[in-house]
Design a protein around this ligand. Structure first.
Ligand code: CA
Length: 235
């Protein structure tokens, strides 16, 4: 399976003038596999952010040269949409709100644990991928995670929300068999009557859509019924 936009390691720009915080963030993130570029001055921070090449930006608010909020404002006004997490002091509630209004994606109040920063960065990255052009591809068959369309070459078919969630679930672990109750729980999100046939009905509709693609080739065979157990996606 190829998922586009999966770039590792994640590159982070850290703009922070407090030496101690900068050191602990740099080493903490590096230990967790991030690549960190650090600068201490606001003007330099904006320059580096504009030059690009970062997946994420960690931005302090009080900085020499130019403050974090004005850097954020400048970036967003120039349509640079790299996800930004603001570092704020506990007392800077007004700044925090202003930051979110200016287009910050998240904020973290000092002091914080680097584990939490790393987790927030991963979450932001996932969110950013969700809004970019992300696809799952198996040969010519392609599931567009943004438009929720299923494509085969030039042909396209739209999926309903449930069909999309179910197919994505199977595709993410292609080859693995999922029981009806696993699928129910993932796609419908709560306990259904175990005798319900919503899963089978939904699978049937996805198969029909697969079959409607690609002319003579029967793509519906990608979804296999495993007797007595459930279903799997076979690439
Ligand atoms: Ca500062």
């Amino acid at each position: 399976m190829i998922t586009s936009n999966e770039k590792l390691p994640l590159k982070v720009l850290l703009v922070e003038d407090e030496q101690k915080i900068a050191e602990f963030v740099c080493s903490g993130l590096q230990q967790r596999g991030f690549v960190v570029e650090h600068c201490q001055n606001g003007h330099r921070g904006l320059e580096l952010a504009e030059r690009g090449g970062h997946d994420l930006i960690v931005l302090d608010i009080m900085l020499p040269g130019r403050d974090g909020l004005s850097i954020l404002k400048a970036l967003r006004s120039r349509h640079i949409m790299t996800p930004v997490i603001l570092l704020t002091a506990r007392t800077e509630l007004g700044d925090r709100l202003a930051g979110l209004e200016l287009g910050a994606d998240d904020y973290l109040a000092k002091p914080f644990f680097v584990e939490e920063l790393a987790a927030r960065l991963h979450a932001l990255r996932r969110r950013a991928l969700g809004t970019s052009h992300d696809v799952m591809q198996f040969g010519k068959l392609c599931l567009d995670l943004v438009s929720r369309e299923l494509r085969h070459g030039q042909q396209t078919v739209e999926l309903t929300a449930r069909e999309f969630t179910l197919l994505e679930y199977l595709m993410r672990s292609a080859g693995q068999v999922f029981t009806r109750s696993q699928i129910l729980e993932h796609v419908w999100g709560y306990d259904f009557d175990p005798t319900t046939n919503v899963v089978d009905v939904c699978i049937k509709r996805i198969r029909a859509k697969l079959a409607s693609l690609a002319g003579g080739q029967d793509l519906s065979a990608h979804i296999e019924s495993v007797r007595g157990i459930g279903y799997r996606f076979q690439p």
